[in-house]
Design a protein around this ligand. Sequence first.
Ligand SMILES: [Zn+2]
Ligand SMILES: [Zn+2]
Length: 154
Amino acid sequence: MPPPKELDMSNKCGFCETKTETDMLVLGDQWLEFCSPCGEKETLTNRETGEVATIKAVFDKTEDGTSDKAVATKTKVTTTMMETTNGETWHEKSIEVSLTACSSCGLLWDRKWQAESCEKRGHVESFPQHYGGYVENGVYKPANTYIRKSYGRN
Ligand SMILES: [Zn+2]
Ligand SMILES: [Zn+2]
């Protein structure tokens, strides 16, 4: 789910660095913040299929969506998201979100993708999430690791 609108207003595009209204694309453990011109211009390559699409196209696909693996709830929590402007330094920022439940085990998460991937993780109650870092000899070395915890069961 996108961060609340009022927080978007003060955000900064991670590509052109313009302070403007932005959207946030969540790809696994990465957050890409973009303004609408950059969303139309910058492209991403799908590592599995080789398909190239604009950030906006990927974002629209991700956001649209009803998924049978995740169920939205009305419970709001304050949580943190990681933000970067240069892709290297990350800092935490507070946001208010609605919890999403995994539709098979009922565990509650503060991000839709976390609920959707609950099954893949084996329905565990917490998991590590990595930010930043680099790849050395084919091995990803994260700069920061945070433990994400479920908010209990629906
Ligand atoms: Zn931009
Ligand atoms: Zn689950």
